[in-house]
Design a protein around this ligand. Structure first.
Ligand code: KG4
Ligand code: ZN
Length: 342
């Protein structure tokens, strides 16, 4: 029997709705919030208000594009966390309203599992490659940098995690001090293409095991700018591309170093990346190159599935639905989820 699920994602600053039939994506609509750009970062209160304005038209469009009406849905999946509480609340409340009015079950989804499971989305017109279990997933977003051992859609173990900043945060914060717009990651990626990655050298962390740290890199970047700008006020403007290329190379090196170690330790050669930073061209090239050297099968998500989207939430919801893992009507959003238990 076919199962049709509506997915809702509202954990940060993108309002998204998607419809999936079994594992095949029928629609995926994303409304990004431009309101934060002028503040150089996401303002939580403005994000929740924008979600409230966006959610009804976004869901409407997703249903229309899928060619169905809400009464044809078997379930509604939503992001329960981690994320901004006020933003999550909009998606959770909307899901409850729809579930009650159509008398269908709700499935709560861990946003991070969603990013990982985006590798199993099927498209109606084109085959996408799927990793085999177990595989390692480097999950890199604005809030998380983790290496996850994925043994099945239900069995995931975090084997390494950042002890301070996330990779995306390092990009965003360094971009901010260079006066680049938010979010900084894509802008740095673009500028880096014109620059020399060996022009500057920034500190790399020494952290045990498979854990990450990016706060030292951020500080090292800041100190370089401070010292150079004291000598030459136009330093940033004159060296933007080289700064971006060198920063990006350092982030990618740090990420790959632990991933290579984890692959050796676990003897796993199916390697995937996921999350907003997996859109980064330096990281994508780096993974592919390492993979060639090491006999990995590498899995890069399509660009539209790298940053936050409801397609991945609908898909993760499908797997939970198949196991009968439903949320009760008194479910509440949660800002932090430290493990992969849900
Ligand atoms: O997964 P995501 O959309 O949201 C979170 O769950 O955090 O990730 C957003 C992060 C931001 O830090 C953004 O700067 C980063 O992903 N990002 C990139 C690129 N595209 C998005 N970082 C580096 N290069 C990119 N091309
Ligand atoms: Zn995300």
């Amino acid at each position: 029997m076919d199962i049709t699920i509506l997915g809702i994602e509202s954990s940060c600053d993108d309002t998204s709705a998607a419809v999936i039939r079994n594992t095949t994506l029928l629609s995926n609509v994303i409304a990004s919030q431009a309101v934060h750009v002028k503040y150089g970062g996401v303002i939580p209160e403005l994000a929740s208000r924008a979600h409230q304005q966006n959610i009804v038209p976004v869901v409407d469009t997703a249903l229309k594009e899928a060619g169905i009406t809400a009464d044809k849905l078997d379930a509604i999946a939503f992001t329960r966390g981690p994320g901004l509480l006020g933003s999550l609340m909009v998606g959770v409340s909307f899901a409850k309203g729809l579930a009650i009015s159509h008398n269908i079950p709700m499935v709560d989804v861990n946003h991070l599992r969603g990013h990982i499971l985006s590798h199993f989305i099927d498209l109606p017109d084109r085959e996408l490659p799927h990793p085999s279990f177990p595989f390692l997933c480097l999950l890199v977003s604005g809030g998380h940098s983790q290496i996850v051992k994925v043994s099945s859609p239900y069995d995931m173990e975090i084997v390494g995690s950042t002890i301070d900043d996330a990779a995306g945060e390092a990009f965003d914060k360094c971009a901010k001090v260079m006066g680049l717009p938010y979010p900084g990651g894509p802008v740095i990626d673009k500028l880096a293409k014109e620059g020399n990655p060996d022009a500057f050298h920034f500190a790399k962390p020494h952290v045990a095991g498979f854990d990450y740290s990016f706060s030292g890199l951020k500080t090292s970047f800041l100190y370089t700018l401070r010292d150079e700008v004291a000598e030459n006020p136009d330093f940033i403007e004159q060296n933007k591309a080289d700064l971006c290329a060198s920063l990006q190379k350092t982030v990618v090196d740090i990420l790959l170093d632990k991933l290579i170690k984890a692959s050796k330790e676990y003897g796993i050669k199916d390697i995937a990346i996921a999350g907003g930073v997996s859109a980064n061209s330096g990281l994508r090239n780096g993974i592919v190159n390492e993979g060639r050297k090491r006999g990995w099968r590498t899995f890069l998500p399509e660009f539209k599935f790298t940053t936050d989207n409801a397609a991945m939430i609908a898909l993760a919801g499908y797997y939970r639905y198949m196991k009968g893992e439903f949320a009760s009507l008194d479910v509440t959003p949660t800002a932090r989820i430290e493990d992969m238990d849900i």
